[in-house]
Write a protein that binds this ligand. Structure first.
Ligand SMILES: [Ca+2]
Ligand SMILES: [Ca+2]
Length: 332
């Protein structure tokens, strides 16, 4: 079990010169009653949900429902009555943002009355929002609401959380070379699901994620595509469809070579008529963190599809299987 290292966070904040890091004004972060502040989590600029009262609360349904009103409706006063969001990128703390910046989306008309317009047409709201204000009573937009916490850095919408705790597991190699076991695991997993399209590993994270002294890998794989993002099997104009298809998968590969899916979207190719469905299908792992501080790692994912997509957090359950615990939807 790893320990949370708050001094490291404080030191990094000091180095990056962020305001609000050490002002001791964390009262807005506390819930009345149980003392543990909720941890709100944004992945790829979309609110995925929170960890509160000992459980995950998902912004949209985790079962795949793309309905705009699915899931948990947050209030602005919940999400923005904190003193800021710590922004993580590549397993490191980039800084803390005390302003929500948004560019559009659904259902944000009310927010516009309380936000400031920037030169680029974006709008911003300074945190913490007064919990008793009219703004705090508004609903937080539930679908396709893209936001970030700083103008200064392209990485600042990667993974953002409302906790000051260190959420990065120790010694994560984000550019690890996929092991033979990982390569085999992806190949076998695709074949087991009827896909013989060439395996194409796009990311590999390596660490002792479970604290047993041995290294595990989390690997992502996407359909091979050309420079125009067209899946190679579509471009080939193949009429042969057996076993061909697009995929976006992430596997956890244990040190003994056994693998478990962290995320899996597999789509068989059925010929020209459904070719477009394969174009944008893509998974990116934005990071592996411990958002709720329970010692188990939580995989933060952005999955894009043809006309929509979602961000999600996948966490290991008591049986050792991965389940989507947080999800936020976006798209047309
Ligand atoms: Ca291990
Ligand atoms: Ca965790």
């Amino acid at each position: 079990m790893k320990k949370i290292i708050i001094p490291v966070v404080a030191a990094m904040l000091a180095i990056t010169g962020c305001s609000g890091a050490n002002n001791g004004n964390n009262t807005a972060n506390k819930t009345e009653g149980n003392g543990e502040a909720p941890v709100y989590c944004f992945v790829g600029g979309i609110l995925a949900g929170s960890w509160e009262n000992g459980q995950w609360v998902s912004h949209n349904d985790v079962d795949g429902n793309m309905d705009e009103n699915s899931g948990h409706q947050y209030k602005i006063g919940e999400v923005l009555s904190v003193d800021g969001y710590n922004m993580w990128y590549n397993e490191e703390l980039e800084g803390k943002g005390d302003t929500l910046i948004y560019y559009g989306g659904y259902g944000n008309d009310g927010m516009d009355n309380f936000s400031t317009e920037g030169e680029d047409g974006s709008r911003s709201i300074k945190m913490p929002v007064d919990k008793d204000s009219a703004l705090a009573q508004l609903d937080f937009p539930q679908y396709a609401f893209y936001s970030r916490f700083s103008y200064d850095n392209d990485n600042f919408d990667n993974v953002s959380v409302s906790t000051d705790k260190n959420i990065a597991p120790e010694n994560v190699n984000t550019k690890a070379k996929p092991s033979e076991a990982s390569k085999n695991a992806i190949k076998e997993y695709l074949e087991k699901n009827g896909i013989t399209t060439a395996p194409n590993l796009t990311q590999c994270f390596e660490a002792d994620f479970d604290g047993d002294g041995k290294l595990e890998q989390i690997v992502a794989a996407n359909t091979p595509k050309n420079e125009n993002y067209v899946p190679s099997f579509v471009e080939d104009g193949t009429k042969e469809t057996d076993g061909i298809g697009s995929y976006a998968v992430a596997l956890f590969v244990d040190d003994n070579g056994s693998a478990k899916p962290v995320f899996s979207e597999i789509r068989p190719f059925e010929g020209e008529e459904n070719a477009y469905m394969h174009y944008n299908q893509n998974i990116v792992i934005n990071g592996v963190y411990d958002i709720n501080g329970d010692g188990n790692y939580d995989v933060c994912i952005v999955y894009a599809d043809w006309e929509n997509g979602h961000v999600l957090v996948s966490a290991m359950d008591e049986k050792g299987d991965y389940q989507t615990v947080l999800r936020g939807n976006f798209g047309a």
